[in-house]
Design a protein around this ligand. Structure first.
Ligand code: TH1
Length: 830
């Protein structure tokens, strides 16, 4: 009688659920309802922020509906899913993206306008979800957008950090860090799942239990921390599919130490519980650099254990045989950060599900695949064996067993070759011993991939070459990175998006980026070129206004905007850029007024965060700001040069900067930048690039052709010899560089001693990143940029050809490649 499944009850449920059609009027109703009930406000106290919240909640309602439908259909179909494990998801803002992907921007824009608000102001209220450092985290976000848009059954798993990447302020030219407490106001883009809670265990000990001729292991004792799920819906573009990123938050268990409690130490008992919350408190702010903090290892295991528990629970609901696990589940490891998942799955299968070791291992290795994102030695994760033993006593046993069986097979392949065994071993035999996470990830995966052609070649020839010998080359693939054209063109550059749509006569290019190729036909159309330039100009005006707001410097939108925005790192060589700026400044200063008339005015724009503990990177920021304050005040150079450091570079700021660039710099030492993804964003937004023969620059060059890119510098294969020369011979410094260094040392940009440690990297430090070797060709390339910019018509043509040839670099292409050649999943459209 009371059954909720009775037809009339179901009918009532359906009638009362949120209507599927949504338009301006239903949106306005929803907006006001949220103002009144969710926010408990009235027409008299709705500010822009409340309007943002109300709009966000109205959109959230739609997302949740789509999310539910998608999950229901994916569950019904029960096809193979991919789980993307990433310790970082750099999502940025969600409202604009959701409105555009759902096709609601226009109607909701009208709706808020009638209610007395401007959509622009509303969008500007949102704080970034900045749960990542840089390229790796943003790649994960672009991939989720593509997975949703292409209707793949996919989930992301990550950590819900209470503090995202720190906020950067510039004080007296130096970087200062401030906590990013992004959850200060309610976050409408997450659904707390208070009912989805996983116990995660740390410490304790392992009992070996013999049952007949079998032994099993029991991991007991230690502390338990609870993982609570928060779901973040990710809507696809132009489809109803909406996928999920599940972020785990740590919280104390409600049970606590009653011994202490009874002894009157109530406060201490509570304090110990509170430590649990600390586990997911903060994102580690290091990009491309490993810092071996115990808390970081705990974060990694906490997240991996909760995610695998969830994945296994979902699989077990389907009542299939365990050997079908790899047919239902693909797990992608975004770098080595989740490599413990390999060990955790083996543990679950052997200790909890009682599969025998080899059968379990066969399942594990067919489930996992691993993406490597860097070859920098300082970024390679390795954890001390004693630290893992303390925290995860059963896992360290499994690691040693895995390694033993692995090395036994290697020994058969290369009998007696002890060096070969030592090089391949998961364990580094030092004091203490270390676990090499990349080795663990390779041994536990069926596929390993790099993120651009050169990078994938380099990992096979250098860091993983012994594994290629052992496994053969087929286990190693390339999957060149991609970016989502929805955020990085449609959302960030609405005017260019509109012009493209009008010119092509459709919006299909947003789902098939290769269709941009047709823009090539319009390069000869004068009116089209004029409009193309007008879009760039208005984006430069927008950036100039932003620059005035944040650093109080006026820049001329007619100048050439030269941009380098990315994490500050020695290998990315922002130092070389600012040294080049000093050279330019001194060149202009030495000119007669007639000569000056021939100079192309430039605004050189920097942005990016340095890891808080990275002393040299922070000095680079100081140098940039010191140069800026001298150059920007110098009236003798007639505004021919301005230097700007934009503070707190993040996804939202990138959306303003990228569409406004004429030239952007991607100038890493050859062989060091695995791919880079901002290079793709700039070129897609019709900005030319100045780059080294590194990462995805090479493939961009292949696509857009020699005439539309400025490449310079030594090649990756020359780097070893050049470094050797610096180390063992007296290599004279490039004369222009020498002059610039002497200028800094003479105090032209403030007290010289401040910069001594930075300059020492070139001298005592043997110029590890080869700035001197590339400086001459860098300056030459910059000259070519100046000359090319003077030929306005040709420049616009180049700019159009850039955008037109970026089809390959959509994350849709990348995701299809992963889906087809690694994951074996097929789309399920809602
Ligand atoms: C970056 C790479 O440096 C970059 O070249 C690449 O485009 C991007 O990943 C996406 O593939 C990396 N970020 C990190 C961050 C950490 C550790 C290693 C890397 S590699 C924390």
């Amino acid at each position: 009688e009371l059954s909720k499944w009775r037809p009339e009850v179901i009918e009532l449920w359906e009638k009362c659920s949120v209507p599927e059609t949504i338009n301006k009027e239903t949106f306005q109703k929803s907006f006001i309802r949220h103002v009144n009930t969710t926010l408990a406000r009235s027409i008299y106290n709705v500010d822009n922020f409340s309007a943002y919240q109300a709009t966000a909640h109205a959109v959230r309602d739609r997302l949740i509906q789509r999310w539910n439908e998608t999950q229901q259909i994916h569950t019904e179909r029960d096809q193979k899913r991919v789980y993307y494990l990433s310790l970082e998801f750099l999502l940025g803002r969600s409202l604009d993206n959701a409105l555009l992907n759902l096709g609601l921007k226009d109607s909701f824009g009208e709706g808020v306008k009638e209610l007395g608000f401007k959509m622009e102001d509303i969008l500007d209220q949102e704080v970034d979800a900045a749960l990542g450092n840089g390229g790796l985290g943003r790649l994960a976000a672009c991939y989720m957008d593509s997975l949703a848009t292409l209707c793949y059954p996919a989930w992301g798993y990550g950590v819900r950090y209470t503090y995202g990447i720190f906020q950067q302020k510039i004080v007296d030219g130096y970087q200062d860090e401030f906590p990013d407490y992004w959850l200060n106001f309610d976050n409408p883009w997450e659904l707390p799942r208070v009912d989805i809670v996983v116990d995660v265990q740390f410490g304790g000990h392992v009992n070996k239990i013999t049952e007949g001729d079998k032994v099993r292991h029991e991991w007991i004792g230690g502390e338990t921390v609870q993982a609570v799920a928060y779901d973040v819906p990710i809507p696809g573009y132009g489809v109803k599919n909406c996928i999920n990123i599940r972020l785990w938050n740590s919280k104390p268990r409600r049970k606590f130490d009653f011994g202490k409690f009874n002894a009157g130490e109530y406060d201490q008992a509570v304090q110990e519980q509170m430590k649990a919350e600390f586990l997911t408190a903060v994102l580690y702010p290091n990009d491309n650099h490993m810092v071996g903090k115990e808390l970081r290892l705990k974060q990694q295991y906490f997240w991996v254990a909760a995610s695998l528990h969830d994945i296994v629970r979902r699989f077990k609901k389907s009542q299939r045989d365990w050997n079908e696990f790899p047919d239902q589940v693909a797990i992608q490891l975004n770098d080595t950060h989740p490599a413990l998942a390999i060990v955790e799955l083996q543990r679950i299968l052997v200790d909890e599900e009682r599969l025998d070791w080899d059968a379990a291992w066969d399942i594990v290795t067919h489930t996992f695949a691993f993406t490597n994102h860097t070859v920098l030695p300082e970024a390679m994760e390795k954890w001390p064996v004693p630290m893992i033993s303390q925290l995860l006593p059963r896992h360290i046993q499994i690691i040693f067993d895995l390694n033993l069986f692995f090395l036994q097979r290697v020994e058969k392949f290369a009998p007696g070759d002890r060096d070969f065994l030592a090089r391949l071993s998961i364990i580094e035999e030092s004091t203490p011993q270390y676990v090499r996470m990349a080795h663990l990830a390779i041994v536990g995966s069926h596929r390993v991939n790099g993120v651009a052609k050169l990078h994938s070649k380099l990992i096979k020839e250098t860091i993983f070459k012994d594994f290629v010998k052992y496994y053969g080359p087929d286990k190693f693939e390339n999957k060149t990175n991609g970016i989502t054209p929805r955020r990085w063109l449609h959302q960030a550059n609405p005017k260019l998006s509109e012009l493209i749509t009008e010119t092509l006569g459709h919006k299909d290019w947003l789902k098939d980026l290769t269709l941009l190729k047709k823009l090539e036909e319009s390069v000869h159309d004068k009116e089209f070129r004029r409009r193309w330039m007008a879009v760039k100009h208005s984006n430069k005006v927008r950036l100039a206004e932003y620059i005035r707001d944040v650093v109080d410097v006026d820049v001329n939108p007619n100048a050439l905007f030269d941009v380098q925005v990315k994490r500050i790192h020695e290998y990315k060589r922002q130092f070389m850029n600012i040294l080049g700026v000093i050279h330019r400044y001194n060149t202009i200063k030495s000119m007669s007024p007639e000569q000056m008339r021939d100079v192309v005015p430039r605004v050189v724009i920097f942005g990016g965060k340095a890891a808080p503990g990275y002393y040299i990177a922070k000095l680079v920021i100081k140098l940039i700001n010191s140069v800026a304050s001298v150059v920007n005040k110098d009236s003798t150079i007639q505004d021919l040069l301005k230097v700007i450091f934009i503070p707190d570079y993040n996804v939202s700021v990138a959306e303003i900067i990228i569409p406004a660039s004429d030239i952007s710099q991607h100038i890493s030492t050859a062989g060091t930048e695995a791919s880079g993804t901002s290079n793709m964003k700039f070129v897609l937004n019709c900005g030319l690039i100045l780059g080294t023969v590194d990462g995805a620059n090479i493939e961009i060059h292949e696509e857009i052709g020699d005439d539309n890119i400025f490449m310079f510098g030594h090649l990756a294969e020359q780097v070893d010899d050049l470094r050797y020369a610096h180390r063992y011979r007296d290599v004279p410094m490039d004369p222009h560089l020498d002059a610039v260094i002497k200028d800094i040392e003479s105090g032209s940009f403030g007290e010289a001693r401040i910069f001594a440690p930075l300059i020492n990297t070139l001298t005592f430090g043997k110029d590890y990143y080869l700035i001197s070797d590339d400086f001459g060709s860098y300056l030459d390339a910059q000259k070519l940029v100046d000359e090319a910019y003077k030929k306005e018509k040709d420049w616009v043509k180049k700019s159009i050809l850039c955008t037109a040839n970026m089809g390959q670099f959509s994350s849709d292409r990348a995701i299809k490649e992963y889906a087809e050649s690694i994951w074996g999943i097929i789309p399920v459209k809602v």
